[in-house]
Ligand binder design. Structure first.
Ligand SMILES: [Zn+2]
Length: 306
């Protein structure tokens, strides 16, 4: 049965795994969710009745229902229900999401949030569903509110990038193409970069954030055309040279790690944060500070590594 029900998402106080690519918008997180009232759709697999909620946008709801009929998506939904031991999961269209999608495991039942503007494609929905499986398997996620400032965005972006390494493999195995959501994201990144002036004083957290995004080009970007990949590699090198250099070093750390298991993924994340904690980037960054991420490292270690 597909039922559209009015439903308020309670503010999740621990984890929301976001399909981020927040188009480089540092600031603004899902912390605001408590004030939002997403349009929620409860999807179950066995019947056909549809009740629409007043005010919902029908084209978007219809598109979401279509995507749900995709056999590959349905299979994943069932796996997530089993993994989280719930009868059903819900889908919420949320136009205020910063990313394309997100998974909130703390709602009862768990909720897949979908950005109706950018997230209504099968690969993106599968992306959120695979994050849901990862959470059930004990992969590391960053709890809310570790930092009161933009370090929170950095650690969330980095955690998502490391989670996405095994996730991309799972997407491909299940017949989804990461380019389906990556291509529009790259257009946004291009926009942001092209409006950036040549001489630009950016903060260390911004470099860290862009390095975290750069890592994705290596993994999700592997499914782009060779030309497109080379183009974005060069674009990062030109427009975010410090983010690029950091990102290259971080890729080496990842290659020496084994992010394809829950614990290995947590260890890779800790190693990357330790690297950011101490690297001065050749003294190119004026506001470098040591131990920026220590509180987060301690939490991830305690919860997922030991
Ligand atoms: Zn992701």
């Amino acid at each position: 049965m597909i039922v559209l029900t009015p439903f308020v998402v309670t503010p999740p106080d621990s984890v929301v795994t976001e399909n981020d690519y927040r188009a480089f918008q540092l600031g603004g997180t899902l912390q605001d969710l408590g004030k939002m009232r997403p349009r929620l759709i409860s999807l179950q697999s066995d019947a056909s009745s549809v009740t629409t909620q007043a005010g919902s946008v029908n084209g978007e709801v219809e598109r979401l229902k279509e995507l749900y009929q995709d056999v590959r998506v349905k299979e994943l939904v069932t796996e997530v229900e089993v993994a989280h031991n719930v009868e059903d999961i819900r889908f919420a269209l949320d136009p205020r999401l910063k990313g394309h999608g997100a998974f909130d495991p703390d709602s009862k039942p768990p909720v897949i949030l979908v950005n109706p503007a950018s997230g209504l494609n099968a690969a993106n929905i599968a992306h959120s569903l695979i994050h849901a499986l990862q959470i059930a398997e004990g992969y590391p996620t960053i709890q809310r509110g570790i930092f009161p400032d933009k370090r929170q965005d950095v650690v969330v972006a980095l955690s998502n990038s490391v989670l996405d390494i095994p996730l991309v493999v799972a997407l491909i195995e299940r017949g989804f193409s990461p380019s389906e959501y990556l291509e529009p994201t790259l257009e946004k990144i291009e926009e942001v970069f092209s409006s950036r002036p040549e001489k630009n004083e950016l903060s260390i957290l911004r470099f860290h954030y862009e390095a975290a995004i750069y890592i994705r080009l290596e993994y999700e970007g592997a499914y782009l055309s060779r030309e497109k990949r080379a183009y974005f590699d060069a674009l990062f090198g030109a427009k975010s040279p410090i983010g690029y250099r950091l990102g290259e070093k971080m890729l080496k750390i990842i290659r020496r790690s084994s992010p394809y298991s829950a614990r290995g993924n947590a260890i890779a994340l800790v190693r990357l944060l330790e690297f950011l904690n101490t690297t001065t980037i050749g003294r190119d960054v004026s506001d470098f500070r040591q131990h920026l991420y220590t509180p987060c490292i301690d939490i991830v270690r305690r919860k997922y590594v030991y």
